[in-house]
Design a binder for this molecule. Sequence first.
Ligand SMILES: Nc1nc2c(ncn2[C@@H]2O[C@H](COP(=O)(O)OP(=O)(O)OP(=O)(O)O)[C@@H](O)[C@H]2O)c(=O)[nH]1
Ligand SMILES: [Mg+2]
Length: 182
Amino acid sequence: MAGWFSSVYLWFASIFFAKKAEITVVGLQASGKSSFVHVLGSGQWTEDIAPTVAFNLRTVRKGKVTIKIWDVAGQPKFRSMWERYCNGVDAIVFVVDSADRDKFPTARFELDQLLKNPHLTSVPLLVLGNKNDIENHATAAELIEELNLRKIQTREVSCYSCSMLSQDNMGEIIDWLSKRGH
Ligand SMILES: Nc1nc2c(ncn2[C@@H]2O[C@H](COP(=O)(O)OP(=O)(O)OP(=O)(O)O)[C@@H](O)[C@H]2O)c(=O)[nH]1
Ligand SMILES: [Mg+2]
């Protein structure tokens, strides 16, 4: 009988304490956005991911939080769409290839352009320095300088170094995203 009560309690708890979060993932092409979404959803790495055309929508469940993820394409012709997909979400995830230092100035420019939009002023920002399995990648501290993240005052900002290949730091990243649930 006690077992029956506890399963009914768990069933109600899963409905009443369930939370939802909506996030948008942006960043330059080939930074690893879709790989990140894949690892988040399946817990597994794959090389078999094609460049995104426009966007993909995926929903994943992490503990009590259901996360709706807009994975937006990073090629130049798609970047004007980023703003639209970031409107009204609980967090923006900006993915950078931390081993591709030549692209940092472009990443910084595109991030600035996006965050300039007045209606995105208070949306929390998570910057992921992906591909830290590659030698000579930039650390999180370096990315904070390179992307000038210290100057951002109007929103919560976090920056992690990570790798989708080795799934380094995924636990912290999932915790951060789960806290956006409401
Ligand atoms: N070494 C390494 N390669 C990675 C990692 N994450 C992604 N990649 C590779 O980087 C390339 C681009 O990955 P995608 O996930 O398609 O990148 P994207 O940001 O979604 O690219 P677009 O959709 O074109 O904007 C692929 O060859 C991936 O296998 C990582 O953590 N380490
Ligand atoms: Mg993609």
